[in-house]
Design a protein around this ligand. Structure first.
Ligand SMILES: C[S@@+](CC[C@H](N)C(=O)[O-])C[C@H]1O[C@@H](n2cnc3c(N)ncnc32)[C@H](O)[C@@H]1O
Length: 279
């Protein structure tokens, strides 16, 4: 039986027994995820809270179960086409390009970006950092393995972004998938090439703490499909943190259903899902 206090009790206990504070997550999706965990583990909220009090490391498992890790190679192709045609060419004159994927999930976004940077001749200049709150998912990201049949859309997205000539959308290029990943149909596996997997620095990080985990400034920050799980107050704290850690002219890339609203909107120039830091 669901009770309106369940979520409050869960958040309070998690804060008391672990370092996690989910009080600025949006209620609706968090409540849905909490009941999914109770369902999957076939326990009541009282049993969950008792277990958490007994074993705080259970909190880690709960956070891993509660986060939503859906991602894709070249998710929302239009934003990658925008980066390709209008945004990344401006970075060509730079010596280095610092990129942070905040909330990188299983790494699909990180590898998509590396493929695109390689096609644009920016790969060698790029220093790529990626973080997530879910330690298990970071290990999966470093492995760079994805189910093949379940993820056929990855190939369509690759063709749309990598095999399209940005100067002439009618013209199709023929860059093979094997340039960047191996497809093993028998094992139902897509595996990203080791050279790409070794390039990023992956690190655990909780965005709620508002800390830049890599202690560098960035030209590009991806934080896509993460802020939708947070309330406006946490989103605003993160816009401030991202702004502070971007170089002037640096860009913040958000998800298709996210945008900067409120006072931080004036500090960025918007081009679809790409926000350029103004000064
Ligand atoms: C839906 S995925 C988005 C992945 C990728 N950015 C994309 O757009 O495809 C959201 C990710 O945000 C992570 N996340 C949720 N809360 C977080 C937090 N407080 N700090 C860091 N990452 C968080 C989740 O673990 C998950 O991997």
């Amino acid at each position: 039986m669901e009770n309106s206090d369940d979520l409050f009790r869960f958040i309070t206990a998690l804060r008391a027994y672990t370092s996690y504070d989910l009080s600025d997550y949006s209620d609706r999706s968090l409540r849905r995820r909490l009941y999914k965990v109770l369902d999957d583990q076939r326990i009541t909220i009282d049993e969950l809270l008792a277990q958490l009090a007994k074993d705080p490391s259970y909190g880690e498992q709960l956070v891993e179960a509660i986060t939503v890790n859906t991602s894709e190679l070249f998710r929302d192709p239009s934003v990658w086409l925008l980066l390709r045609s209008r945004i990344y060419p401006k970075f060509k004159a730079q010596t280095y390009l610092n990129v942070w994927h905040a909330g990188c999930s299983m790494g699909q976004e990180v590898y998509s970006n590396l493929m695109l940077l390689n096609e644009l001749g920016l790969y060698e200049k790029a220093r790529v950092y990626a973080s997530d709150i879910n330690a298990k998912i970071i290990q999966a990201a470093q492995k760079g393995e994805y189910r093949y049949r379940f993820n056929l859309s990855y190939l369509d997205n690759f063709d749309l972004v990598i095999n399209t000539n940005p100067l002439n959308y009618e013209e199709k290029l023929s860059i093979p998938y094997s340039k960047y990943f191996n497809i093993d149909e028998a094992r139902d596996l897509i595996t990203i090439h080791p050279s790409l997997r070794q390039k990023p620095t992956f690190r655990w990080n909780d965005l709620v703490k508002g800390v830049n985990p890599f202690f560098v400034r960035y030209d590009v920050i991806f934080c896509r499909n993460v802020l939708i799980y947070f309330n406006a107050s946490l989103q605003n704290r993160l816009f401030e943190m991202f702004y502070r850690n971007l170089y002037p002219g640096g860009i913040l890339v958000l998800g298709a259903h996210e945008s900067i609203i409120g006072s931080w909107a004036n500090k960025f120039e918007r081009l679809s899902q790409v926000y350029v830091r103004k000064d």
